[in-house]
Design a protein around this ligand. Structure first.
Ligand SMILES: *Cc1c(COP(=O)(O)O)cnc(C)c1O
Length: 403
């Protein structure tokens, strides 16, 4: 592995962020890569490979059918397109200019996320759907949804995440209200690992990531009703064409599901708790740092949360995150909460040496800071400003130097 990094002058990454798309997502285990490699050296009829994937997706999710698309956000667009066209080839060819039939797709305003980093309103509207947000940033009531579902509504979109406001509609309420009005429900479940939950709730189309927790190559799973999944695959005759998945992604999806179904979670948990110790023990003695492990419904990994008290510690969380993100290897963390003082280390792709390097890098960064650092803290950029800088500078500047 280090060979290819040397050969092409790439910087090694210690990934404690987890399967983020910007870090090339998951590290793909040998058993998956072997099957991907085999199919890459062969020709195959794609419908047959997709049918095989459908059977494995059924095994994973309980849904009667499934297909594989380019990634999760591709899956959202493809599902929206399928809700507009069904299996009608003339309609498929007409998008994004649908001449007749329902074309409205509704979503709770409080769930308008970046589907990855492309906002979900963009992903929905590229199909030609008429996009409608319901409720308010922090609230959505049953009456908002009931009122929005009319004869022009093609589908309703729901996003499964754990960072939303507490007073939005639950997935159970959402499905019940939509189905009472005959409106299909599409769910973005990129990070969800309870793969049976959504079909049990009769969700019509659910989208899961292959390159996140399943540890496959970049691809998206669509699972749901057979008629709608057929319509999804048929989008490759239309707007789904630029979002299709090649044989490597479809085979990678199959191999990833097969592996997932045989994982020993107890052993994985045990190993990751040991790694957590290697990070927590040396750092918990430092004044101003508080560390503990945590679990989430949207991650099967052990995660270490490090809270940094900027009044006590010479560096705040943002400064520590920036400093360790510039070394060699670079250490990438889950820094979603860094501006409120928390850094999260996800232990999915970390070994013992990595864990020790992380603890050392944090210690060095704190002890290197001068005394004046304790009182004067710089102002920090927001997550999307940083992303903008990376995208802006990638070809010529050094995005790692931007603070
Ligand atoms: C990661 C993610 C996406 C985007 O996934 P891609 O495969 O990068 O397109 C969409 N929605 C949610 C909730 C995600 O977590």
């Amino acid at each position: 592995m280090s060979d290819i990094f040397q050969k092409y002058g790439l910087t090694r990454v210690i990934n404690t962020r987890g399967p983020a798309t910007v870090l090339g997502a998951s590290t793909v285990p040998d058993e998956i890569r072997e099957e991907v490699s085999q199919i890459l050296g062969s020709s195959v009829e794609m419908w047959e490979l997709q049918r095989c994937a459908s059977q494995w997706i059924s095994e994973l999710t309980g849904a009667p059918a499934g297909c594989v698309t380019g990634c999760t956000s591709a899956g959202i667009a493809v599902c929206c397109a399928a809700a507009l066209t069904g299996t009608n080839p003339a309609k498929i060819k007409s998008l994004p200019n649908l001449k007749q039939g329902p074309r409205k797709i509704v979503i709770q305003k409080g769930q308008v996320t970046g589907a990855g980093d492309a906002p979900v309103y963009q992903v929905v509207q590229m199909t030609g759907a008429q996009y409608e947000e319901i409720g308010e940033a922090l609230d959505c009531a049953t009456f908002h949804l009931e009122d929005a579902l009319d004869e022009n509504t093609a589908a309703a979109l729901y996003v499964m995440e754990d960072t939303f406001a507490p007073n939005l509609l639950s997935i159970e309420q959402f499905v019940e209200i939509c189905h009472a009005k005959g409106v299909p429900v599409i769910v973005d479940a990129a990070y969800l690992t309870d793969f049976k939950k959504l079909w049990n709730l009769k969700v019509d189309l659910a989208i899961y990531s292959v390159q996140k927790w399943l540890s496959g190559p970049t691809a998206g799973i669509i699972a749901g009703r057979e008629d709608l999944v057929t319509a999804c695959y048929m989008q490759e005759m239309g707007v789904g064409r630029p979002m299709k998945c090649g044989k490597e992604g479809v085979m990678g999806c199959i191999a990833a599901i097969k592996r997932w179904l045989s994982l020993d979670w107890q052993a994985i948990h045990h190993r990751q708790m040991h790694l957590a110790d290697l990070i927590i023990k040396p750092l918990e003695k430092v004044n101003g740092l508080t560390l503990y492990t945590e679990r989430s419904d949207y991650s099967p990994a052990v995660r270490v949360r490090m809270k940094v008290d900027p009044a006590v510690c010479s560096q705040d969380a943002y400064q520590i995150n920036t400093a360790i993100g510039k070394g060699n290897p670079v250490i990438k963390t889950d820094d979603y909460f860094v501006n409120v003082g928390d850094i999260i280390f996800d232990l999915s792709y970390v070994d013992e040496d990595d864990a020790r390097s992380i603890a050392n890098a944090v210690l060095n960064c704190i002890s290197d800071a001068g005394e004046e650092a304790r009182t004067v803290k710089p102002t920090h950029q927001t997550r999307q400003d940083l992303l903008y800088n990376t995208m802006r500078l990638w070809l010529r500047g050094n995005p790692r130097e931007v603070e």
